[in-house]
Design a binder for this molecule. Sequence first.
Ligand code: ATP
Ligand code: MG
Length: 377
Amino acid sequence: MFYLKNLAIDGFRNYKQQKMQFHPCLNVLIGENAQGKTNLLESIFFLSVNRSFRTKNDYELANFNRSCFVLKGAFVKDNFNHTIQVNYQQNKRLKVIVNDNQVNRFDNIQNYPVVVFSPDDLQIVSEGPSVRRRFINLEASRLNSVYLKELRDYQRVLNHRNHVLKEKKSRFLINDQLAPWDQSLITLGVNLVRARVEIIKALEKEAQHFFNEITLAKEMLSLEYASTITYVTDKEEMKKLFYQDLLDRRNQELKRFSTLLGPHLDDIKIMINGYEARRFSSQGQKRTAALALKMGEISLFKQKNNISPIILLDDVFSELDHERKLKLLNFISENAGQCIITTAVDLSGLIQKINKEHKLLTISRGSIIDETTRNGY
Ligand code: ATP
Ligand code: MG
């Protein structure tokens, strides 16, 4: 059993000071637009993953009138309390304290799995490659402990290499200067691509399962890793091919002052019935594909950690037709440990259907009231 027991927020987004307790099973947060529903889920995600699902800039998360925020919460995992505190102060390194021990923010990324469903997930299917790279990087970092370190090293190497390409040295000097960066780029780049291919394969299998269920197997979802470097089974051969391709592109790279091959430029093709969903699918089909990807993600987390991740559902029900709402609810009752749902519309009919113990919270202008306690249940 894994769940978030309580949370205290100080100065995060539109929250000043807020404390709340959660039900281990289902929590429903009701509020009108712009009251702080998504902000609350973002704070929970930040506490567990130490990053936001909406922005990479931590400073955006501090209340407009402040330059710092604190989040503190207790997760229950395997019957033990894990207290996490996150202190953000502008221009300082983020401080993460787990059970009174300070840890590196990147060390914590796999330990408290939380998956968020939001209307913005549609962007994974409908937008350009950078959104999908961000998606796969986050998922891979949370599933594979080496991935995040290699990704950060790769980005550092890429910056150095691009810097060398920008310095207008003679051709002979540039080749010498590029050599060590080429080697690191190749080793790390090949590792990242191989890890991504593996995760995409596993994710495809899980996502297909849910996609079939939702579409009653009338449509087919497939994923394909589209790399700028050649993928072959043999790793050493793959490195050789990458090196050869880099040499072939050298003139172009010198003209463009940047690295033109590698995982930083790759994409994931999401296809429905063999056609790229981004270009050819309807809005509803794209939404279903995004939903299936997220469900697949939950299955992968479950397989890896042997616990159900906490599921955060941000106003997704209003976007789905009746049939899809029921499928999602069934999936949640079967797969979720704890679930925290936000909504701007009445969901009582739906919630009765899953017949789960739950807690109701209402939110207005960054202030949360526990309706269950208020009504004396
Ligand atoms: P909707 O139903 O429209 O999605 P919501 O309840 O999810 O609404 P949030 O996204 O949580 O709304 O935002 C609530 C309010 O918080 C918004 O008015 C937003 O402008 C405000 N807000 C966002 N960032 C900050 C910040 N750093 N400081 C203070 N307020 C902020
Ligand atoms: Mg919202």
